[in-house]
Design a protein. Sequence first.
Lengths: 244, 244
Amino acid sequence: MEPDPDLELQVAVAKVSKYAVSESGDTVEVIERPHGGLSLVMVDGQRSGKSAKAISNIVARKAVSLLADGVRDGAAARAAHDYLRTLRSGQVSATLNIVSVDLTTRTIVISRNSHCPVIVVHGAEGQLQLLDEPSQAIGIHTRTRPVITELPIVADLHAVVYTDGILSAGERYGQPIDAPEFVRAQLGTCSGETCARTLADALLTHAIELDRGRPADDISVVVVSVVARQQPDDVRRLSVRFPI
Amino acid sequence: MEPDPDLELQVAVAKVSKYAVSESGDTVEVIERPHGGLSLVMVDGQRSGKSAKAISNIVARKAVSLLADGVRDGAAARAAHDYLRTLRSGQVSATLNIVSVDLTTRTIVISRNSHCPVIVVHGAEGQLQLLDEPSQAIGIHTRTRPVITELPIVADLHAVVYTDGILSAGERYGQPIDAPEFVRAQLGTCSGETCARTLADALLTHAIELDRGRPADDISVVVVSVVARQQPDDVRRLSVRFPI
């Protein structure tokens, strides 16, 4: 299919580690797909800190390397599971999400191996869809496979993917987060640099506030947005920033 | 060494393909390093379009996969060379740059296998340093190795790395670019989202203007900046945007 020249893809990642832990146990990587588009891999390793980081790192590397070879997302998720289960004898789990923007099929492919739902918002009216079919983490059971949803690329499509630090935000203080409702309310105020950036930052900030400034777990948020074209040029842009 | 809490790392990538060619032959990938920090790999495959993209893609994947395993940058560059030279029998070349922000050694490591210089600007006064020691592209000769420069991480450090679409900008019209001078002049006006983003966008826009809106070659610009901390939180942020 011919690309629609009036659309723009925006991806935003925002990550923070558990309070008083220097290293997040989550790993998020973005790569170019060999036939166009990109894939985003988000892994939450069991527990937190160094051991969790080691797990999430090897799982993400395995998935990224297969996706970069052109392996389809479902097979990459299965392979990452088999790999972790073999390596750690089924003793260590991780959640795995893959979000791919496939410019060949003009779809967004969302793979879940996580109990966390994915929030999808469609259209100018902000119709909410929750991808929350039961789904297993990888690394433990036999023949684990991802739950996959494929969405056509159209304007005003937002997918919000996160690790369970979002799910548990505020729980300690009896003020659990309502992430879908928060996302829907935010979409009216998409301003600043890009919609995706504004939304990812707002959700992460909200979760940290509910945890009273001390995140009870590593938190990672990924937003993939398809919106009417904002930038006038054909430039591909990537930005990273963090304190060092 | 303990991290300096008052610094912020900014990375910006801006890419455009040659006029009337849909696919850039350049590949730029960013990955987390296993011991903290990140590495950025930029590859310009010989010629342009699909064949160049295939080459830059396999070279970048090889380098990224080694760096993700914790292989040191010089060895990753040598391996990428050996791999390409073996695969394509020494008939196909590519330029390769690796820029690593190594939080263990607190240095920025710049590896060049390219005739393109790297522009480094230090300090509040914007002292210019050109990394332009002769350096070979990979894939052709025996025992090719990178030219490596290691810079301590300090405030107000900017490294600007690009493919040869920048070098040749404006040549057709007898108005060759003076990239180092342009970069130095721009640094006074670091505004907008981040310094690195502003600088990368400005240099790419300037090059496209010198090519009168029709880039004569694929152009990729990477800026890595270390600046006084701008963001108040400990969040790691990554953003991508492009027309689809």
